[in-house]
Design a protein around this ligand. Structure first.
Ligand SMILES: C[S@@+](CC[C@H](N)C(=O)[O-])C[C@H]1O[C@@H](n2cnc3c(N)ncnc32)[C@H](O)[C@@H]1O
Length: 152
């Protein structure tokens, strides 16, 4: 069964000719598994995997992207958003997975456990819904998916 690397593999189906995907993973065993899965799916020439912490790697990237998929540490979503906006092309789209986090984000959840993650996901939603350069839709599929298009 495909696990790590699955989303990057799925995104390859929507690449333009000669399009490429950059992805970041910091856990050694997951990096290994993702690379094996890229090979199995015969997409290894379309995906570049950066090995390390996205918090350190993202600020070093100066590419432009048509789409960004955020699906990592929930407490870092506002930082990932800032970096995504810096690199996103106009009409580009940011997908943020798990944005409703078991329903905690839109409820009055305020327990100590997961509080930081919930606070940061709320901050992410506030930013994408108030930022006038973005048009955002929130889907209640799975654990919640925010889709933001850069309109200006
Ligand atoms: C829910 S999984 C993502 C799975 C991915 N969408 C896929 O299909 O393989 C979250 C992954 O993000 C990685 N991660 C979390 N925070 C990270 C960070 N700051 N830098 C790099 N990777 C991170 C975790 O190690 C984990 O493998």
């Amino acid at each position: 069964m495909l696990q790590f690397g699955y989303s990057a593999i799925c995104f390859t189906e929507f690449l333009a000719e000669n399009g490429k995907i950059d992805t970041i993973e910091r856990e050694k065993d997951r990096i290994k598994e993702a690379k094996e899965n890229f090979k199995k799916a015969e997409v290894e020439d379309k995906i570049r995997l950066y090995e390390g912490d996205a918090v350190e790697i993202l600020p070093t990237l100066n590419e432009k992207y048509d789409a960004v998929f955020i699906d990592a540490a929930k407490g870092k979503y506002p930082f990932f958003l800032k970096e995504a906006l810096r690199m996103l092309n106009k009409d580009g789209i940011i997908f943020a997975d798990n944005i409703l986090y078991k329903g905690y984000v839109l409820s009055d959840y305020n327990k100590h456990k997961q509080r930081t993650a919930v606070r940061n996901l709320r901050e992410y939603l506030k930013e994408v819904t108030e930022n006038e350069s973005l048009e955002t839709t929130i889907l209640e599929v799975g654990d919640g998916l925010a889709i933001s298009k850069k309109i200006k």
